[in-house]
Design a protein around this ligand. Structure first.
Ligand code: TRP
Length: 324
């Protein structure tokens, strides 16, 4: 059997340029090589562990599937699913919860942050979040998980659960590790940190129009620091220039050094180039979004293929745990 990569994405809004260049392009490369079985899962059940709006969730989770398809993920080569379509994830999470302690879950930094953010919603579901995540990954016996460093504590929990299950019940779960896809680091438009869905004014949506992109790029702060040092915002602009207009970087650098560079000229040129890069994606997206039947079919087919694997893992676990 091929090695499995499991990717989970929360259904909070759409993909942005940082996801696209940082992760999805890496996925496409893996897809081309064909060395791995890839499962892309919109983790809608994780989305309900903090306050949310049902109608927004319903809309957002479909948008992510459409974004993935428009970006080039091929549903024939990969499995695209909604977590809630595979009830075995939740079943396995319950079995896993028998080998994990409450104290351990309460000490996770991610849990503490969420409780601080939503003190009224300190629920069992939130406490169980990492256990469900372990089940997402281990149900496919995936050894590789492309996620950010912030998810390392959760992966540590998944490894712990795999070990305990294997020791106690003789299962053969792998200990999953974080996996960096070959992607670019995309800085935030604020000039600080990286582009992120949860930081306002930091990102460009994949569906932004030329006007929207221009407005956002123009708002990157470019006030020059004393002594001719490039400000963080200006460095960000040059990072974008390197990514989108590499052949023009030299010229812009020269005029910067010669103090003749008009920032707005550089900004508008970058905005134009980003838009040109996104246009084919946007055109594909419009077509895919209009074909409801196709999108439904992808989701149905993904669920059927995933369930086959998931059922088998759960069957094995139930047997080894003495439940069947
Ligand atoms: N916790 C992950 C995040 O916040 C989302 C997620 C849920 C996930 N299940 C997963 C990621 C399984 C990778 C594998 O981004």
């Amino acid at each position: 059997m091929k090695k499995c990569v499991f990717s989970g994405i929360r259904a909070t809004g759409r993909l942005h340029l940082g996801n696209y260049l940082g992760a999805v392009k890496g996925f496409l490369e893996i897809q081309e090589k064909g060395d791995y079985e890839m499962v892309y899962c919109v983790v809608d059940v994780h989305s309900i562990t903090t306050p949310y709006k049902p109608d927004e969730l319903k809309k957002n989770k479909r948008e992510i599937i459409i974004d993935y398809l428009a970006a080039g993920l091929d549903p024939k080569k990969s499995i695209l699913i909604y977590q809630s379509d595979i009830p075995e994830h939740m079943e396995l999470a319950f079995y896993f919860s028998t080998v994990e302690t409450i104290a351990r879950m309460m000490h996770l930094p991610t849990y503490k942050e969420k409780v601080k953010q939503y003190p009224q919603s300190n629920t069992m579901a939130l406490l169980n979040y990492p256990i469900l995540m372990a089940a997402d990954i281990l149900i496919y016996k995936a050894g590789l998980v492309p996620v950010g460093i912030d998810q390392e504590p959760h992966l540590e929990v998944a490894r712990e659960i795999a070990r305990k299950m294997n020791q106690t019940y003789g299962t053969d779960f792998p200990e999953p590790v974080r996996f960096a896809t070959k992607g670019e680091y995309i800085p935030s438009l604020t000039g600080e940190g990286k582009m992120s869905k949860t930081v306002v004014n930091s990102f460009i949506n994949l569906t932004d129009s030329l006007e929207e992109i221009r407005k956002k790029i123009r708002s990157v702060p470019t006030a020059t620091a004393a002594g001719g040092e490039m400000s963080p915002g200006l460095k960000t602009l040059f990072t974008f220039a390197q990514l989108f207009i590499p052949s023009e970087v030299e010229g812009f650098k020269k005029s910067y050094e010669g103090r003749t560079l008009q920032f707005v000229t550089l900004k508008d040129r970058i905005a134009e180039a980003i838009y040109a890069d996104l246009k084919p994606f946007q055109e594909r997206r419009v077509k895919i979004a209009a074909d409801q039947k196709y999108v439904d079919e992808v989701i149905k087919d993904g669920a059927a293929r995933a369930r086959k694997i998931a059922r088998e893992t759960v069957r094995e676990v139930k047997e080894k745990m003495g439940l069947s």
